[in-house]
Ligand binder design. Sequence first.
Ligand SMILES: [Zn+2]
Length: 439
Amino acid sequence: MRAFFLGLLVALCAAGQDSVVDLSILHFNDFHSRLTPTPQGVGGAAHLATAIRRERANCTRCLLLNAGDNVQGSPVSTIFRGLPVFEVLRPLKTDAFVVGNHEFDYGHERIHDFVREAGHPVLAANLLNRDGKLFTGQASVILNRDGLRIGIVGVLMETLVPGLTTPIRFGPNQLLPALETLRAEAARLKDKTDVLIALVHLEARTCNDIVDQLPEYAITVSGHDHGGLPTMYRAGDRVGVRLRANGSELGRLNVRYDRTARKIVSADWKRIPITTAEFPADPEVAALVEKWESRVRAVVDKKIGTSPARLDRTQTREWIESIMRRKTGADFVHMNQGGVRDILPEGEILARNIWTLMPFDNMLVVAEVPGRLIPEFVRKGAAVEPDRKYKVATIDFLVEGWRSGRDEALRAFGQALPLDGPLLRDVLIESFGPSTRGN
Ligand SMILES: [Zn+2]
């Protein structure tokens, strides 16, 4: 009898020990098509790949998650409408990716191309097409790592229009509330899994809400807020992690997890800075980067025209404003000096010159605005009639800033302007003559 109880005790202890397992989650977010490192040697797809390979080498149960916004942010994305980013990152063997708002930048239909090219699950549990079916075809994925069944559910912010994309880019699709969708998907997956991870692309506040309010999810891996988190966000035994953008960091979250209690026992998180000095380029990924960057060079190193004189920064801004006026026929145009990153040189002009002086994807926006709303810095001394409507052209970046600022008059002015239009860079390039854009 005694031996039996002793045996039972040993068995119970063994079960208890078995119940606690290690799990490591490698993750990044908001890669934003930064295929190459910065001039300071930060980031770069091939260097990130090496970091991932090294971390995987000492990892028992390992996952690689990408929390969205792979595209938009460099010429390769703009010129080739995002797709090369998925091709270049394919060798990373990502386990799951969630759609971010910028994945809509080339229109909702382009996301289907991303899904095809990615070679990994593309999750979006709260994004439905016009027929009410899952837009990417996949809400979640269940992975098995050495007997541990890991459920990963992907959701993005429930509002993209207005603010984050345009009605045309969003298309006839619909978004469901993020938290409710996560809750429903957790109920569906609970019996089939030992641990649930929320992989989300959401405002920072909502990421915290998941950790606070959804005990079903032990772990929340998020993206969208480019600042990342300085330390893990914790509530009870749940944790949330998020990194800085542009492939500048790789995260590693190590947890000891009790699968019987469905609880994290302990967790530690490190943010690994990706530098070319620390992580030499992975040859396979480097070859893919070069394949696409050489095509970018072929587009941007094309002569588009000539400039009769070298313009200084102020004159370059004035030249940009003159093109904006010519394109839109606006009464008032406004471009910020800070958005002009280089000068227009004298002589032969390459598309690259325009990319360099206008690296941001600013959109040229135009609207009819009553005179009373137009601020002095846009009127530049000109008198206006308060109720007469004037055509005003500027860039979406400024409009967004005015809309969200503290100044009430500027907020009203911002609201009167849209957030959509052609890319100002394209307008500038086209001003020299026929389009030189590739596809
Ligand atoms: Zn985002």
